[in-house]
Design a protein around this ligand. Sequence first.
Ligand code: ADP
Ligand code: MG
Length: 376
Amino acid sequence: MSKRTILPGATIGILGGGQLGRMTAIEAKQMGYRVLCLDPTPDSPCGQVCDGQIVAPLDDLEGALELARQSDVLVYEFENVDKKVVQALEQTYHLPQGSRVLGITQDRVQEKAEIVKAGFPVVPYRVLSRFDELEPALKELGYPAVLKTARGGYDGKGQLVIHSVDDLDAAESIMPQTNAWVLEKFVQLEAEISVIVARSQSGQLSSFPVGENKHRNNVLHTTVVPARIEPSVCNAAKAIAEGIASAFSVVGMLAVEFFVTPEGLMVNELAPRPHNSGHYTFGACYTSQFEQFVRAVCDLPLGPTDLLYPVVMVNILGESIPQLFESIGEISRDIKLHLYGKKGNPQPRRKMGHLLVKTQRPDEVISWVDGVLYQE
Ligand code: ADP
Ligand code: MG
């Protein structure tokens, strides 16, 4: 990969038109870049704030080449872009994130193997290809365990918790869908935390304050910062995240999700891009993860990541949109509202936006927001 500084005025082409691209584009525009994106949905969340959008599927090489011809630097905003397209683009065009880290993070089997190879802790696991390998693996890991597809899973999709032999039938029915599975020991979670780290082409590293994450039905619900976790654990998590980013030669962003367990910190999974648990930075940090992403891929010096105020980020999913609009007067009081401009009916579990709440009392705020937005 050629190292190259991309100065404001140049054009950033984003593969993907979702909310991560949108917030990246907003920050890039503020810095004076032109921004284009590629997405199959016309007027996508990112397209709405860009200088232009190419409407084409993400695995369409022609569409991607059109984006590349009009851009000075290319980035991907989520990891389910087509690796073959990214490989083709990086031959000729400037795509500093590269296809290698993308390939690793698209596949849980590779991801875990590489993390272990780099010397960092993961949850005890086994790789399986067929149902008849499940019982021997369960004997070794014990119940409960969680079965995850190696590829394409997100927000808890493609996962099955196996509590006892009673769940084996369910596993037998899903396992023929693919031949690449990971079985993980179901660990006791004291907390879940994440670290977003940026690494520039020059190798400069910078991580954001640790976020403490809570999930609801397997979808990220809230991030509290500062995390209410021992400082030594936070420092260890940052050191691991930076260690992985260096070992993998990441350029751009790496989000590292961790389990805090009685046996210590374990890496859960990685994402090679800005991350939902880093949305709090867009408002509550001196530099947001989106600006940092732009700086990293354009090889500008990375910005300071100091937290400006204690904060809770609350995701707004499709099912909470009616309540949000009903109570918007009350909600807008001390709160920053971000909506991603997604069209159509707000489907349950679909990420529509988020709130940032400045607070010294995160639990009180979360119960209040839950009462307003997510009353059952
Ligand atoms: P996704 O790609 O859907 O985010 P994750 O592997 O992060 O998949 O799993 C989603 C959530 O499920 C985690 O954030 C955690 O709350 C829970 N979970 C996943 N694996 C385990 C495990 N091995 N032990 C305990 N909880 C787990
Ligand atoms: Mg996850």
